[in-house]
Design a protein around this ligand. Structure first.
Ligand code: RIB
Ligand code: CA
Length: 305
């Protein structure tokens, strides 16, 4: 199989860290660029965390720092879930690597236009960088195969009753991305919240290898779930959807983003019965086979060196 050229836009973030680590070592993908954005924690911290990971695994994947706040809304982090650093629980030592000297949007443009094959974009954070990219350089759309994003929900949110964090953080950016006309797969909270690791899997992970040992320490500080109800691997699901799509079911539909004020702000409104729209703009995940997800997780972790 030829490798899929991949760019991940991220806000590490403990679940992001797992997704990034998997992507660094998976044989089916060629991770060309990591771009960071304000989300779980500040963009300074998310950039530092991305650099920690590529340094820890001694991988030569460039990291470019992106937007420090949403397009319109005030920035609110969720350090309560990931810890003050965004990746509390493990000492990665001094960061000796530097981010690229250009903004993430410029790095995205250069990397996408230079690719000999269409690139897959995997945003697992607020969509601020991606929205700006499309507004500043719409010509990049020609060389993007697909957007696979973790975000939104077909059910309740996690930040408000209606909205999931990545979309709630920057609804205007999400509106731009969902209207960009690029094939888009949305892996929402309703699905990712079922893809949980229980104590049985976490005990296996901790002793599997060096990466698992590090994840085990991060997981002890991760508040995305609990040892009782399971730890939610939100962003790992977006990566799984790329390399192991058969463990999910999807439905093509129309998704609108609520950008108005009030309690529905940031909601992903999926017209699953296509009652109000003629055209679809997204393929949304409906289910994940949790048993197969856990098997895949351990198999994929075993490759992370
Ligand atoms: O709502 C879950 C999403 O918000 C995940 O991407 C998590 O890392 C946070 O960014
Ligand atoms: Ca994330």
């Amino acid at each position: 199989m030829t490798q899929i050229p991949l760019i991940i836009d991220t806000d590490p973030g403990i679940d992001d860290a797992v997704a990034l680590s998997f992507a660094l070592f998976h044989p089916d993908v060629d991770l060309r660029l990591i771009t960071t954005v304000a989300g779980n924690v500040s963009v300074s911290k998310t950039t530092a965390n991305a650099l920690k990971l590529v340094q820890y695994f001694d991988q030569d994947v460039p990291v470019a720092r992106g937007c420090s706040e949403p397009l319109i809304k005030a920035f609110e982090d969720c350090a309560d879930i990931h810890g003050e650093s965004g990746m509390d629980g493990f000492d990665f030592g001094e960061i000796k690597k530097d981010a690229l000297p250009i903004h993430a949007v410029e790095a995205l443009r250069e990397t996408i236009l230079a690719s000999e094959k269409k690139v897959t974009l995997m945003p697992i954070a607020a969509l601020t960088n991606i929205a700006l990219l499309f507004k500043m350089y719409p010509e990049v759309k020609e060389n993007i195969a697909e957007i696979i994003l973790m975000g939104g929900s077909l059910a309740r949110g996690n930040t408000t009753t209606a909205a999931e964090f990545n979309i709630f953080t920057d609804p205007e950016a999400a509106d731009i991305v969902f209207k960009a006309g690029i094939p888009l797969r949305m892996i929402g909270l309703d699905v990712t919240s079922t893809a949980v690791l229980m104590k049985e899997q976490i005990d296996q992970i901790k002793t599997l290898n060096r990466a698992g040992e590090m994840f085990g320490k991060l997981f002890s500080h991760y508040r995305g779930g609990s040892m009782k109800t399971g730890l939610k691997m939100h962003d790992v699901c977006a990566f799984a959807a790329l390399v192991e799509p058969e463990i999910f079911t999807f439905q093509k539909t129309h998704v609108a983003i609520e950008t108005g004020d009030g309690p529905a702000n940031g909601m992903t409104v999926a017209d699953l019965k296509m009652k109000y729209h003629q055209n679809t703009n997204a393929s949304v995940a409906l289910t994940v086979d949790v048993t197969r997800f856990r098997e895949w997780f351990l198999e994929t972790l075993a490759r992370v060196k």
